[in-house]
Design a protein around this ligand. Structure first.
Ligand SMILES: Nc1ccn([C@H]2C[C@H](O)[C@@H](COP(=O)(O)O)O2)c(=O)n1
Length: 566
């Protein structure tokens, strides 16, 4: 009899460890992007910016003064997020006496800087654009506090009901540009702010440029320049002495994990081909993303902004969204009070992501919060007091928490990641594993040795049990850091939450079609994607047969128990 072969697929290191690991695909995208961009990237200012960005991981956008801009250079020291300031004491609480401590992986532990975060939000917004050819996203920040004022995309005129083939022919009459949409979305926000920084995935057109100037914009940071917009707007920004620079290639380098999707014809300035409507519709279908996905992704990006001093297990990010309109009201991440310089961060003084986001937000009545970790009771109380209606968490919410909030006027839910499919891979998110410290090389080797040993044991057990696998072994297989292909079995006793957790970690939940002892055990496997956690095991035992086998002491192949389907 053939014994099953188990193939291990290691959970790929998240590409957001921008210690350098950028996939070949990204590199390729980078290179293409650089070429496309070359035409526009020749002014001195941009070069200086690039250098400045790549030399420091700035905490806040490097806002050049007008003098500095005119001189074409960066003067003065930009606040940095030094990588050497992670103290031993930061990790003290996690150690038990005598325990060997691995050096923290600082390369991985870099936090997202404001530029990367804001352009990331603009990129996420771009995905909502109905324009089949040119999708643009924009995120506007208060340059003083770093707070998001508004974010939007190029969209159809509100209240307009028309067919794509009507508007797509003459879209300028039907679409509002991303920058203008962002300004219109939160008009009040801009009245009190005279230091606006605009992150846009494409350089603004001349009309948007005029309106942005009118709103005291100090800086435009764009990703791609379209020739027609660049030639009109850049001189106007220069004349008004407003910084207008591109993150261009640098954006890819720094972010590394938001895949560059085509920018329509503007991706390559020389490309003038008219995209046919059918193709355009396909593009549109493929790229439109649900709001909930975008907001949870913004929360994830925010989580990656947590300071290194914060214990990875409590790091979280959050995004507060207005009811009905889906406007982002505020974002926040777990942090320490800014006035205090901690020798040892006192856990009680850590401000939660929700706490920070609420601090920034104005009226949040009826709003929805998307956050990574389950909120604390204190968060819930704050939310109730401020009138927040719903809280969605990426993490599982402990049962105890559900009980505690059952009487509160708030809806607390775990975010349904099934809805989002593989989308999070685009931003390098693999559940918690991407914010919890990655295993060291040594740990990985040990894991591998352990895995091989487990596999041998498993095969042994398999033989002993006539082609069946004990459940405890399955849990071993589904352990945290390993992802399996063609070898993971689904336990009938695996809870729905565990199942989801494994999926988030990237474990492919696969079950064999038939594991009868006499069957070909290398038979093709089917992937379990059913939302209700019912699996197509293909196992032919009926309930009575199954019970009788169990009584006789047979260890049933766990993924194939019919009870899992009922
Ligand atoms: N800064 C920009 C530039 C362009 N857009 C939008 C407006 C249209 O939907 C589209 C441009 O159409 P095309 O150049 O393909 O004729 O992009 C924007 O919102 N913001």
């Amino acid at each position: 009899m053939d014994y099953p072969t188990f193939k291990l697929v290691r959970t790929s290191m998240s590409r957001l460890d921008f210690g350098g690991e950028i996939s070949t695909q990204s590199h390729k995208a980078c290179a293409e992007h650089t070429n496309a961009y070359k035409y526009f990237a020749q002014d001195l200012q941009t070069e200086h910016r690039r250098r400045a960005f790549s030399e420091s991981q700035s905490e806040f956008p490097i806002l050049l003064t007008r003098d500095q801009m005119l001189n074409g250079g960066l003067v003065g020291k930009v606040p940095t997020c030094p990588k050497d300031n992670l103290r031993e004491s930061d990790y003290e609480t996690k150690r038990s006496p005598g325990e060997q401590v691995n050096e923290p992986d600082l390369t991985w532990d870099k936090r997202l800087d404001t530029n990367t975060f804001s352009m990331g939000v603009a990129e996420l917004m771009r995905r909502k654009s109905p324009d089949p050819v040119t999708k643009v996203g924009c995120c506007i920040l208060d340059g003083h506090s770093g707070r998001i004022l508004s974010a939007s995309y190029n969209g159809l005129v509100a209240g307009l009901y028309t067919q794509p083939n009507t508007w797509a022919k003459n879209k300028d009459n039907y679409l509002q540009h991303a920058e203008r949409n962002a300004l219109n979305l939160q008009p009040n926000e801009f009245n009190h702010c005279n230091d606006i920084v605009v992150y846009t995935t494409m350089i603004p057109c001349i009309k948007c440029a005029a309106m942005l100037m009118q709103h005291s914009t100090q800086q435009i940071i764009y990703n791609v320049a379209a020739k027609k917009y660049y030639e009109e707007s850049k001189p106007a920004f220069d004349q008004a002495q407003i910084g207008c620079i591109s993150l261009g290639n640098l954006y890819d380098d720094a972010l590394g994990y938001i895949t560059l999707k085509p920018y329509g014809k503007h991706r390559d300035p020389g490309f003038e081909k008219v995209v046919k409507l059918e193709v355009a519709e396909k593009v549109q279908k493929a790229t439109i993303t649900k709001w909930s996905e975008i907001h949870m992704s913004v929360a994830m990006l925010a989580a990656k902004r947590c300071n290194q001093g914060i214990d990875p297990s409590v790091r979280s990010g959050c995004c507060i969204v207005e009811k009905h309109t889906e406007k982002i009201l505020s974002c926040g991440f777990t942090g320490l009070p800014k006035q205090l310089k901690f020798e040892k961060p006192n856990e009680k003084m850590i401000i939660s992501a929700i706490g920070n986001a609420l601090r920034f937000a104005g009226d949040v009545q009826g709003s929805t919060i998307y956050c990574i970790r389950s909120p604390t009771m204190h968060d819930i109380i704050e939310c109730c007091q401020r009138g927040v209606a719903k809280v969605y968490c990426f993490d599982d919410i402990p049962e105890a928490m559900h009980r505690l909030v059952s009487e509160h006027p708030i809806c607390l839910r775990t975010f349904d990641t099934k809805e989002t499919g593989n989308y999070y891979e685009d931003i390098g998110w693999k559940g918690q594993s991407s914010i919890i410290q990655m295993p060291t090389e040594e740990e990985r080797k040990c894991e591998w040795v352990q895995y091989c040993k487990d596999q041998q044991d498993l095969n042994q057990k398999w033989r002993e049990n006539n082609g069946c696998v004990a459940e405890d072994q399955i849990h071993l297989l589904l352990s945290d850091k390993l992802a399996f292909k063609n070898c993971a079995f689904l336990s009938p006793t695996l809870t729905k939450a565990d199942h989801k957790k494994q999926q988030r970690r990237g474990t492919k939940m696969i079950c064999r079609k038939d594991l009868g002892p006499e069957q070909d055990t290398t038979q093709e496997v089917s992937v379990c994607t059913d939302k209700s956690h019912k699996i197509d095991s293909g196992y032919n035992l009926n309930r009575a047969q199954e019970a009788s086998k169990q009584r006789a002491g047979t260890v049933l192949p766990v993924c194939c128990s019919q009870s899992a389907q009922r």
